[in-house]
Design a protein around this ligand. Structure first.
Ligand SMILES: [Zn+2]
Ligand SMILES: [Zn+2]
Length: 294
């Protein structure tokens, strides 16, 4: 039987935060780690999680916003320095250009390292797969992967990983859309963008610029209630909220979700491990249609 689990590496946002690293998580398919997004601090978080960065040979990017990419140069060059000799990166169109620009920016540094006799493998021969159309992605990982286009201000893909009858979905950044409901249908686990979780600095108008930005974010991200509605409609068994701004009120988010969603709720924390249960967790009064999971 296949074992699936998600390790949250970073549950934060573009805003620097001591409590939450930049967006990134690892999906474990048995003993194969797939890194999804690569925000600030990803390599450090991998080390803290006991996952040597060089053991990651697969990176999937949901979109090319800075907060999901800030950790890429360190992951790429540092991980290769630690011995990674193979890397495949999957992401939207533009991923190749981004990767090549990083190599250009650090050209002198890389040349120096190679001049020491280091292998160029895993650095100069990275395989980049750009997703041009949503749908099933042909890939070398042992899972059926479907990408769906989310509602965000740059091309953003949510990913559905199906393996051994189990389903894990990563939303990426998105406002509510029927596409995420479809993508997450019957999922065992949905990791969902909940960037519009209450934080006093945004909602109490302590900073006018922040408050204005927060209002506009409604077109790009979800509130906890919207996350719950998506998970309920899709019949998701376990919902993990992530992408929190500094000071986000997790307890309040939990209460909001509970009102609209009958499954299991996890307010994501950095380094948390979330297992995909072998057996569905049945809850009293659950309104979720369980037949979709069988
Ligand atoms: Zn984004
Ligand atoms: Zn983001």
């Amino acid at each position: 039987m296949v074992k699936l689990a998600v390790r949250m590496l970073g549950t934060g946002s573009p805003r620097p935060d001591l409590e939450r690293s930049g967006p990134a998580q690892v999906l474990w398919i048995d003993d194969l780690p797939i890194l999804i997004d690569c925000g600030e601090g990803t390599t450090t978080q991998l080390l803290k999680a006991g996952i040597p960065p060089q053991t990651i040979n697969h990176l999937w990017l949901t979109h090319l916003h800075s907060d999901h990419l800030f950790g890429y140069a360190q992951f790429l060059i540092g991980g290769q320095g630690d011995g990674r000799r193979e890397l495949t990166v999957v992401g939207p169109v533009g991923t190749k250009k981004y990767h090549e620009r990083i190599l250009q920016l650090y050209e002198e540094d890389i040349n120096y390292r190679l001049s020491l006799g280091r292998s160029p493998k895993g650095l100069m021969d990275v395989k980049i797969i750009e997703i041009e159309e949503p749908g099933e992605i042909s890939t070398d990982i042992p899972a059926k992967v479907t990408a769906a286009q989310m509602v965000h201000n740059v091309t953003t893909f949510g990913y559905r990983f199906e393996v051994g009858g189990k389903v894990v979905v990563i939303s990426g950044d998105t406002a509510p859309t029927p596409e995420i409901v479809k993508l997450a249908a019957g999922a065992d686990l949905l990791v969902q963008d909940s960037a519009i979780t209450t934080t006093s600095v945004y909602t109490k108008g302590e900073n006018k610029e922040f408050s204005k930005v927060f209002e506009k974010l409604q077109n790009e991200h979800c509130t906890p209630t919207q996350c719950g509605e998506i998970a309920q409609e899709a019949g998701v068994k376990k919902l993990v909220l992530t992408h929190f701004l500094p000071g986000a009120d997790g307890d309040e988010a939990y209460e909001e979700v509970k009102k609209v969603y009958a499954g299991e709720i996890v307010i994501g924390e950095d380094l948390q491990i979330i297992e995909v249960d072998d057996e569905p967790v049945e809850k009293p009064n659950s309104k979720i249609k369980r037949e979709v999971h069988s």
